[in-house]
Structure formats: C-alpha cells, structure tokens
Design a protein around this ligand. Structure first.
Ligand SMILES: NC(=O)c1ccc[n+]([C@@H]2O[C@H](COP(=O)([O-])OP(=O)(O)OC[C@H]3O[C@@H](n4cnc5c(N)ncnc54)[C@H](O)[C@@H]3O)[C@@H](O)[C@H]2O)c1
Length: 258
C-alpha cells in the first residue's frame, strides 16, 4: 500500500531538482504522476526513471505560461485518468541577481509570470475538476524568500510572497469543496537552481562559514530535494486532511535564528 495509491498527481517543473524528487516519491507511493516540464530532455529522463522503477508517469512537454496548451494538457489527463487529485505548483525560475536600481520591467514581468501568474493559472485549470470530485490538494512551492529577503531577487521574492498570501486566499475559497491548499517554503536546497553565474551558492567559502560552520542553519547543512519532498508527499496524502491555508517551512532551522 502506497500513500498515494490510485491518485493522479500533477507536478510542474518535474525535470530536475525538487520537482524531480517529488515526482519520483509520488510514483513510489503509488500515484500516476503527470510530469509537466518545458525541458524535453529532463522530462524524458524523469519519466524513464519512474517507469524503470515500476511506476506510472505521463509526460507532457509544457511551458506553464502557455495557458492554451496547459488547458489542453489538463483535458488530456482528465480523459486518460478520469480525475486529478493533486497539483504541485513547483516550476519557477530564479534569474541572476539584480536590484530595483538596475533591473527592468521586462525582468520583473518574466519572473512574476512564471513564478506567480502560472501558479494561479495552473490552479484555475485544475480546480473545476477538483470541485466536481469534491476532493483535491493544491500544493504550492514557495520559499523562505517569500517572507525574508537577502536582497537582489525582488521579483522572485515578490512572487513567493504572493504565493504565500494566495495560499490562504485559495484555502478559504476552496475549502467548501474539500480542496486543501497548502504551501511549502524551502530554505537553501542543493539543486541546479542554486547554481548562480556558474557557482553553486551553497558551496562558496562565505556560505560555508556563515550558514554551516557558524550554524546560521542550525542543522548545519543545505537541504537536499529529498529533505523537502517528503513534506509535499505528506500534504498530498490522507495523513493531511484537516489542514489548509498553511505554510510549512523546511529550512533546517534557518528562520529560527537571527
Ligand atoms: N533551490 C533552492 O534553494 C530553493 C529554495 C527555496 C525554494 N525553491 C523553490 O523550489 C522549487 C523548485 O526549485 P529547484 O531548486 O528544484 O529549481 P530547478 O531550477 O532545479 O528546477 C526547476 C524546474 O522547473 C522547470 N521550469 C522552469 N520554468 C518553467 C516553465 N515556464 N514551464 C515549465 N517548467 C519550467 C525547469 O526546467 C526545471 O526543470 C521552485 O519553486 C523554487 O523557487 C528552491
């Protein structure tokens, strides 16, 4: 018996990093996992990984900001699976750092569109099906940067803060249909996203000194995708059935220090 037997779970940005880990674990827990990813190569690789391990994957090459195609994908999944039980809004970008003094409106719009608007649209596309089912889970991947800033990532932080506020709004709107909406805020994770300008920011001497050696992260290390994906599995599973509108911070204790 898996925690997600017979469930159909959509994961955006499933080709690498946290999305890949969530997809693999969901499949291991018995779900049919729908992989939504704009990178065809990583999409195929994760689908193959799931199938090699005996799981079920449906792979769709999709840019989550292509809303016409996103709608067609949701319709196709409904036709094939008959239900959509979980949506994990995970896809995001974190462009090279800029400040309000040297970024552009175009920079702002690009990040807000992928990281916030597409979260709204993906949720909007699946919610009517969940309403009909009177059952569903929507899980947003936010970030600690949604409520605490190191600077230089304004649009990213604004999008993540927006997701946190919108989680509560959606939870209130959709609770009457038994749709639970929660969010996860990872701290520093070691994924391809942590490589900024060719350097893995979790391995620089400054990072190690401050966050690891001096224990700004009390657990003394950055997170791995597997450290975070279990929280997503919990939120998708029947162990979570009376919790909605919540933000679970998974950061090794970072936000508990000052
Ligand atoms: N890495 C971290 O330290 C960290 C910390 C806090 C929160 N997060 C959040 O966790 C989530 C996963 O991050 P990650 O570190 O695994 O990132 P990642 O860059 O390693 O992976 C993101 C995936 O999303 C896909 N993607 C991006 N834009 C897309 C689009 N428009 N359409 C479809 N797919 C798209 C990418 O191709 C990639 O496969 C993101 O929401 C991120 O903001 C990451």
């Amino acid at each position: 018996m898996g925690l997600l037997d017979e469930k159909t779970c959509l994961v955006s940005g499933a080709g690498q990093g946290l999305g890949r880990s969530v997809a693999l674990e969901m499949a291991a827990e018995g779900a049919a996992v729908v992989l939504l990813e704009r990178n065809a190569a990583t999409l195929a690789s994760v689908a193959a990984e799931i199938e090699t391990r005996g799981g079920t994957a449906l792979a769709y090459e999709l840019d989550v900001t292509d809303y016409d195609r996103y709608g067609a994908v949701v319709a196709d999944v409904m036709a094939k699976c008959g239900h959509i039980d979980v949506l994990v809004n995970n896809a995001a970008i974190n462009p090279p750092t800029r400040t309000i003094l040297n970024d552009t409106l175009e920079d702002w719009r690009r990040t807000i569109t992928i990281n916030l608007e597409a979260v709204y649209m993906g949720s909007k596309l699946v919610a009517p099906h969940m309403v009909r089912q009177q059952d569903g889970r929507i899980i947003h991947i936010a970030s600690i940067q949604g409520f605490a800033a190191s600077g230089d990532c304004g649009p990213y932080n604004a999008a993540k803060g927006g997701i946190i506020a919108y989680t509560q709004s959606m939870a209130v709107e959709l609770g009457r249909y038994n749709i639970l909406v929660n969010a996860v805020a990872p701290g520093f994770m070691v994924t391809p996203m942590s490589i900024v300008n060719g350097v893995d920011e979790t391995t620089t001497p400054d990072f190690i000194e401050w966050y690891v050696t001096r224990r700004k992260i009390p657990l003394g290390r950055s997170g791995l995708p597997e450290d975070v994906s279990g929280t997503v599995i919990f939120l998708a599973s029947d162990y979570c059935r009376y919790m909605t509108g919540q933000l679970l911070v998974v950061d090794g204790g970072l936000m508990s220090t000052f």
